[in-house]
Design a protein around this ligand. Structure first.
Ligand SMILES: [Zn+2]
Length: 111
């Protein structure tokens, strides 16, 4: 599969997806009132390491995948350009996502 990477920043959001980032929310608890950004995937879970965007007509939500160099992840997201044998793995930092680039890898899929 072709494996690309993304994070929750505005840049990754704008160049390939509808928009992963929800409206700013206000934290509760000790940081009450502070603005924070949240990344929410298309199936409503929080974007975090291990979240994979895939073509859900082939790989439905919840499909487990092992990506060499990334580890285990689960499909919780989609993307406009994510079709067929192409997936997108989530990284917390934009630098890590850019460093990943685009790779052709053997991905293990657990159905
Ligand atoms: Zn980014």
């Amino acid at each position: 599969m072709t494996v690309t990477a993304y994070c929750a920043c505005r840049e990754c959001c704008e160049w390939k997806r509808q928009c992963l980032i929800g409206p700013p929310v206000y934290a509760t608890g000790p940081h009450r009132g502070a603005r924070k950004k949240v990344g929410i995937t298309s199936d409503g879970t929080r974007a975090k390491k291990g979240v994979i965007a895939a073509d859900i007509t082939r790989y439905p939500y919840g499909t487990r995948m092992h990506v060499p160099g990334y580890g285990w992840g689960e499909v919780h997201d989609t993307g406009r350009l994510i079709k067929g044998d192409r997936i997108d793995v989530f990284f917390k930092s934009h630098r890590d996502a850019v460093a990943w680039g685009k790779q052709r890898l053997w991905v293990t899929v657990i159905r």
